[in-house]
Design a protein around this ligand. Structure first.
Ligand code: GLU
Length: 611
């Protein structure tokens, strides 16, 4: 069983590996490799030191953030540089064709801001656009691979708003590292080659995607140097002409044209077109909103408000668990974790949608009064699923609540990316963004070098739910970029990809630290389980091996899955040190770096969250 003691042992192993890799980092290898041309960058899952740092899925992206920080940029500048680079080196989960949520902690006044860069449905979207002529939901895969699924992209607007409101560098400056990687090329790793192979038919259907990802018509080999000069030019142009130009100029026209008439490779099935117009793009905005927040064991957790369901669902589950002492028997604690997730997902399905269109009872869902009521349903054996949604209305401060039909759980795979960046002044970014499925819609905008998202398939296909389609509406997301503070000071930033499993991954990683005393790397390494109000809980084999029998005795049931989530996080440790951390193996492993690496303090792994 993974107890605190075993956790410490695990931590030493992780830190030992980190120390070896840090020796490479300290030599300046990542920065040099990034600056001097195409190379496979050294990759380490944990870094420790000072001066700021970053963690992402890709060493190219982490190196871009570090490069910008080293040149005096702040966390926001670094985060945009990393996000743009992910559009190059992780093109199936990031880039100008997607959207996401950007959470920012500003050190000088200790405030948290969020930017909602979620895609929007075009003005021509219809509530029944995902229903067939028989009124039944249309075929999911065919809908994904079509112009119908493409939402108006939000990432470039997010980068622009972030830099103008909170950054210190120009868009041109922070896009440079990304355009340089796109021009010089990046080496394909096993995970990306596997993703190309798995999505070969989808990519082959659209000529510009086939040209970019299937050189010579084939799946490229691991280590193949892939260049994307079209994307390099796109980034250079956006840098020179600005984000507004992206949304009103020739690229916007090309996006609209491509969505309306997806070009099909001869001999393949033609894909349906969507309604997106240049006006839809010109109208797009990425609003700055207030974060939602809740308190757990003395820590303040800040998350995404609607249009994401991330903040309210992680928050509701934590509020429920906050009514229990979770520090005792581990089986009991994990049983309650699964039950709290079940209850929170029931409420998510009923109430969560874009709050510009439905009255989401955010206050009620995050109230401790509602949490107490929901917690009262948790007993010694597992609740029968699906559990019914609760009634947060009495806890919603008298504000209106929209009651629609509960929505189905959308189909989800593992995609998306999460990145974190901190600078030397203690500003912190936690940013999750995506093009939805792996390779999004599969449609590359010809000559522009980026894939278009399929985010609109995050809407519920049936009409009449809180998350059904409407023109201009943002589809409900699970993305949960999170920042943790204590006494107003930031102590951690964390998030993950993984569709609807994002919520449980962020929740579980926080619980591992706040209830079970693990350090951030330990909490990331620990095996995961994801219960989403279904009859069975998806779980990693290591979780089932360790806890399965004891939890089955309490009525829980498990379905094994290879892995859940790809966390990236950072935490501040006593003495002003920063630790950045990501996965050592899930999704092929991530990349953590800091500006001034140090050898880790051997006692560091024993502590829980700092602050
Ligand atoms: N589209 C998903 C969401 O917003 C994220 C993509 C994924 O990880 O599946 O919840």
């Amino acid at each position: 069983m993974l107890t605190n003691d075993a956790g410490r042992a695990l931590s030493r192993t992780a830190l030992g590996t980190a120390a070896v890799l840090l020796a490479t980092a300290a030599s300046g290898a990542p920065a040099r490799a990034a600056a001097s041309g195409p190379a496979t960058l050294p990759q380490q899952p944990v870094a420790y030191g000072t001066g700021g740092g970053a963690a992402t899925m890709s060493p190219y992206a982490t190196a871009s953030a570090i490069d910008v920080l080293k040149r005096g940029g702040n966390a926001v500048d670094g985060a945009v540089a990393a996000a743009a680079t992910l559009g190059v080196s992780e093109p199936f989960v990031a880039g100008p064709g997607g959207g996401g949520y950007f959470v920012y902690y500003r050190a000088r006044d200790r405030k948290v801001f969020v930017i909602d860069g979620r895609e929007t449905a075009p003005a021509g979207a219809r509530p029944d656009m995902f229903l067939g002529s028989d009124g039944k939901p249309a075929d999911f895969e065919q809908t994904v691979q079509s112009g119908l699924s493409v939402g108006v992209p939000g990432n470039v607007a997010t980068w622009d708003v972030a830099l103008k409101r909170f950054g210190t560098r120009s868009l041109a400056h922070v896009l440079k590292p990304a355009s340089s990687v796109a021009r010089r090329g990046y080496r394909l790793d096993r995970a990306l080659v596997d993703a190309i192979a798995k999505n070969r038919a989808k990519l082959a259907r659209f000529p510009a995607s086939a040209k970019q990802f299937l050189p010579g018509g084939n799946v490229p080999a691991v280590g193949h140097l892939l260049r994307n000069p079209d994307l390099a030019t796109t980034y250079d142009q956006i840098g020179r002409r600005g984000a507004r130009w992206f949304y009103t100029g020739p690229i916007a026209a090309a996006i609209a044209r491509t969505v309306q008439h997806p070009p099909a490779t001869p001999g393949t099935l033609a894909a349906a077109g969507g309604s997106m117009t240049p006006q839809d793009l010109a109208r797009y905005t990425a609003p700055v909103r207030d974060a939602v927040g809740w308190t757990y064991r003395g820590y303040r957790i800040h998350g995404m408000p609607p249009s994401s369901s991330g903040g309210t669902t992680v928050g509701e589950a934590m509020n429920i668990l906050g009514t229990f002492d979770q520090s005792g028997d581990r089986t009991e604690a994990l049983h309650r974790y699964l039950e709290a997730s079940k209850l929170a997902y029931a409420d998510r399905g009923q109430f969560l949608g874009d709050s510009a269109f439905v009255n989401v009872p955010v206050q009620g869902l995050l109230s401790t009064g509602f949490a107490k009521r929901r917690a009262g349903l948790i007993g010694p054996s597992a609740l029968t699923t699906p559990v019914a949604p609760g009634d947060p209305a009495p806890f919603n401060g008298g504000a209106a609540v929209t009651r629609s039909a509960p929505g189905p759980e959308a189909e989800q795979e593992q995609h998306t990316n999460h990145l974190v960046v901190a600078d030397k002044d203690g500003n912190v970014v936690s940013y999750t963004n995506t093009i939805e499925q792996i390779a999004g819609s599969g449609i590359t905008v010809a000559g522009r070098g980026f894939l278009l998202n399929n985010e609109l398939t995050d809407f519920n296909f049936p009409t009449g739910t809180a998350n059904s389609v409407a023109p201009g509406k943002r589809p409900r997301s699970s993305m949960s970029p999170t920042i943790v503070t204590r006494g107003g000071r930031v102590v951690e930033a964390i998030g993950s990809p993984g569709g609807a499993t994002i919520i449980t991954t962020v929740l579980q990683t926080l619980l591992n630290q706040l209830d079970f005393g693990m350090s951030l790397p330990e909490a990331i390494a620990a095996p995961r389980a994801s219960q989403r109000n279904g009859a069975r809980t998806e779980a990693e084999p290591a979780f089932i091996n360790t806890y399965g029998a004891a939890l089955q005795a309490k009525g829980q049931a498990f379905t094994p899955t290879d892995y859940i989530g790809i966390v990236a996080g950072l935490s501040f440790l006593p003495g002003g040190r920063l630790q950045t951390a990501t996965e050592s193996w899930r999704g092929g492993g991530g990349s953590a770096m800091v500006v001034r690496p140090e050898n880790p303090d051997p006692t560091m792994g024993a502590g829980a969250l700092g602050g």
